[in-house]
Design a protein around this ligand. Structure first.
Ligand code: NAD
Length: 364
């Protein structure tokens, strides 16, 4: 498929190809939609196998950010950037600052942040060339690590899904399995522990699992069969693509609510596979939006209190998505996509209605 047909199919507004051989920079910045606000999304530094792979990644990820921001009620659009190459080989201060200059050249239409292959220190270099950066460390006046807020949002989304299913959002005694005890998974376990949920957990890292056992009393589960455990709620907090044609038929849970991005391998087919199995799925891009809400709050001058208050919206939004899915007879994933599109469309209509200069014809 040609670059232009791909961009047209996914509905992007602008894609900027940036290159500077002197500093070995090859980067693509994709702005998907700015109807609601500036396009925000991290910059990923990755040794892509081909330019095509990098382009497809940045186009898909930036589109995903549009939906995440829209469903979360934020005044942000969707954007993303990728830098092509092995960060261990080519990353330098000059490369990062050159990238910052390209971000600056967009005049605020795109706001960048940290993503895979890019550290907080790297963002300090980007920040030297542009103010359109968010997700900075606390000592630079930023919001710091978003993981605890992301975990809080996942916890609220999980409670909302449990309420939809059972009529109560209390998780006391509910069997919950968390896959991945990293920054988000561990913070989530801590919240679930306070509510006396029965927590099962798995991680590829024995050290992470031992820590969670010793600290929170989680019951360990082998990493290869986590999805087939007989629990009430599964919470994928490790990696994407874990809900698919192979895993879904073996699942014995009632609800899925986790932080991992892109949990559904095939968005449409797998969301309906879950529905057919009677498993209630809380869409990942809705309930893991705490991190985005955190950096959005940073743009206004960070207040943790405000970020937490905004994250609480995830509870209400999850209930709305699940009820809409029920009313329309569609999967929760599809309902979340439709609601996000409806919000964007309504604001777009509002803008064209209220910002059009009126034509006054003189009859004199
Ligand atoms: P992390 O790297 O801190 O933790 C991931 C954990 O998962 C690690 O402990 C790792 O050992 C474990 N893991 C990886 N593969 C596994 C497997 N196959 N089985 C069991 N365990 C496995 O990452 P994180 O920041 O906690 O994020 C977790 C997920 O949530 C990621 O998919 C991330 O993209 C997503 N997410 C994170 C944030 C955030 O604020 N950190 C925001 C939105 C989405």
């Amino acid at each position: 498929m040609s670059v232009f047909s791909l961009i047209q199919e996914l509905g992007h507004q602008q894609v900027l190809f940036c290159a500077d051989e002197a500093v070995k920079l090859r980067s693509i910045i994709a702005i998907h939609d700015t109807t609601l606000g500036p396009a925000l999304g991290g910059v990923r530094f990755w040794p892509y196998a081909s330019e095509e792979e990098a382009l497809i990644d940045v186009l898909r990820l930036s589109r995903g950010m549009t939906y995440k921001a829209a469903i979360s009620g934020l005044n942000l659009g969707g954007g993303k950037a990728v830098i092509l190459g092995d960060p261990l080989q080519i990353k330098s201060e000059a490369l990062l600052r050159r990238f910052g200059q390209f971000v600056e050249s967009l005049g605020g239409r795109y706001i960048t942040a940290e993503d895979m292959g890019v550290s907080v220190r790297d963002m300090e270099y980007v920040r030297m060339e542009t103010t359109y950066v968010t997700g900075l460390p606390e000592e630079m006046g930023g919001s710091g690590d978003p993981s605890p807020i992301t975990a809080y949002g996942v916890y609220l989304g999980m409670k909302a899904a449990w309420k939809k299913l059972t009529g109560t959002d209390l998780l006391k005694g509910v069997k919950i399995l968390v896959q991945g005890l990293g920054k988000v998974g561990t913070a989530l376990v801590e919240l679930l522990r306070k509510e006396n949920a029965l927590i099962y957990a798995t991680d590829l890292s024995a050290a992470q699992l031992e820590y969670a056992q010793a600290t929170f009393g989680v019951h360990p589960v082998p990493p290869d069969s986590w999805y087939a455990q007989p629990v009430d709620i599964l919470s994928p907090c490790a990696r994407g693509g874990v809900l698919n044609a192979e895993t879904i038929p073996h699942m014995r849970c009632a609800v899925i609510a986790g932080s991992a991005n892109n949990q559904l391998t095939d968005e449409k087919a797998d969301s309906y596979r879950l529905m057919d199995r009677g498993i209630l799925y809380a869409p990942d891009f809705l309930i893991n939006a705490g991190g985005l809400i955190n950096v959005y709050t940073e743009l206004e001058g960070y207040s943790r209190k405000r970020a937490l208050a905004r994250t609480e919206y995830i509870y209400e939004a999850t209930l709305k998505v699940l009820s809409t899915a029920e009313q329309r007879g569609i999967s929760p994933h599809e309902a979340a996509m439709q609601l996000a599109e409806e919000r964007i469309r309504s604001i777009c209509t509002l803008r064209t209605r209220t910002l059009q200069p009126s034509l006054s014809l003189s009859t004199a």
